[in-house]
Design a protein around this ligand. Structure first.
Ligand SMILES: Cc1ncc(COP(=O)(O)O)c(C=O)c1O
Length: 400
């Protein structure tokens, strides 16, 4: 009998050293703020993962750990089954986190001062890993169409590539905005990359959080150039809600890119396997599929519920429909508020913490908010209700 998960159940995460729940006063000014920001889920994870970790903890000796064949097999099996992607074991490198890998790629594949392409609005560590490594952010903003859907600006991309950029950080699926890039879009990108000799670092951490009819396409599978001039950054952490165990890996088909990464990872002594991450990863990929299959429709309903809520209660706000990820990007520019006003509205008036948009790109994200919909529906609706009521009060005040 498969386990039935109850995603409506509220779990009290306070006092668990939670990044999301245990910094409410420090970050937002009060314990009564509902946090729907940083991207982890307020759901219990798959029972087979819990069971495997409990068994592992009960061993009672937490020694240095190797990557066993079943670690590789679990990853390869999952990507074969779920994404129709055969990954040779020798292409897989362990890395402690996806952001670590992003930073290593910038450091290893470009020279100081080089331009690195990103498509804002985008997950903010993309900017950090470029700037903090002493490189330049080459911005190629996504275009928000009349249909409320983002697309890549291929003309802008070509200009940046012509103008010397040799590395691009791709977010596939895209956070925020929830685009799941199609094979055609990725092929167009590959064509440009091949024309100008660009390497693409494809962050695919959200690859399993995709709603039909959208389908995730690994960038490395769109063609020969993409396969040999890219690395793909992956992790079970977002998919299975285990980011605290810190587990991720890089797929690099090209031996030269792989060797550079492997040497640097060894130099920084990041190459040792984490005892618990090893176990959690194997359990997640081998036994977590059933949990994910139950979770995805729930997430989709949450996103639909949030979109419906805004349509009914606050039509001035225009949500960008997510094809993937559990992050709803909402266009609040119709409220006519500055970034500071929006923050005050959220934290002080509504007592909710969504992610404020300008951190995803000053120009492209200001006036937007990102709502983390991976929480029990009653919590999501309560947060939206608070936000709508506060926005209505603010509207009254500004009218009077
Ligand atoms: C696009 C993207 N990449 C990477 C991460 C974080 O990955 P990690 O915790 O492995 O560094 C996130 C987390 O929200 C994300 O959205």
């Amino acid at each position: 009998m498969p386990i039935q998960y109850d995603f409506d159940r509220m779990i009290d995460r306070r006092n668990t050293a939670s990044y999301k729940w245990d910094q409410l006063t420090a970050l937002f000014g009060g314990e009564d703020v509902l946090p729907l920001w940083v991207a982890d889920m307020d759901f219990p994870c798959a029972q087979p993962i819990v069971d495997a970790l409990v068994r592992r903890a009960q061993e009672g000796v937490y020694g240095y750990t190797i990557r066993t064949d079943d670690w590789y097999d679990s990853i390869r099996g999952w990507f074969e089954r779920r994404h129709n992607w055969s990954i040779p074991a020798e292409s897989i490198l362990m890395s402690p986190s996806v952001v670590t890998s992003l930073s290593l790629a910038v450091e290893l594949f470009t020279e100081p001062g080089a331009n690195v392409i990103v498509q804002p609005p985008v997950y903010y560590p993309f900017f950090d890993v470029i700037r903090m490594n002493g490189r330049n952010v080459a911005r190629n903003p996504l275009i928000l169409g009349e249909d409320g859907r983002y697309r890549m600006d291929l003309e802008g991309m070509e200009k940046l590539m012509q103008d010397s950029a040799k590395l691009m950080l791709l977010c596939n699926p895209h956070n925020p905005g929830g685009r799941v890039w199609t094979r055609e879009e990725l092929s167009s990108l590959e064509e440009l990359a091949a024309k100008y000799g660009v390497t693409v670092v494809s962050d695919e951490i959200h690859c399993d959080l995709v709603f039909q009819p959208a389908r995730h396409v690994p960038y490395a599978t769109v063609g020969d150039y993409a396969a040999s001039h890219s690395i793909t950054l992956l992790a079970p952490t977002k998919t299975f809600n285990i980011p605290g165990v810190q587990s991720s890996f890089i797929v690099a088909a090209d031996a030269k890119l792989r060797t550079k990464l492997a040497n640097r990872i060894k130099t920084l002594s990041l190459h040792m396997q984490n005892f618990f991450a090893h176990t959690a990863t194997i359990a997640a990929y081998n036994e977590g599929g059933d949990w994910l299959d139950q979770l995805l429709p729930y997430l989709k309903e949450n996103i639909d519920a949030a979109i419906g809520f805004f349509e009914r209660r606050l039509p001035v706000i225009r949500p960008v429909r997510a094809e993937g990820t559990y992050l709803l990007w909402i266009d609040c520019r119709g409220l006519g508020m500055s970034v500071a006003d929006l923050k005050r509205l959220m934290f002080a008036e509504a007592k909710v913490a969504f992610s404020e948009g300008s951190v995803f790109g000053d120009e492209e994200g200001s006036g937007f908010l990102r709502v983390n919909c991976a929480c029990p529906r009653p919590l999501l609706l309560e947060a939206l209700e608070r936000f709508a009521a506060a926005a209505a009060r603010a509207g009254e005040v500004s009218k009077s």
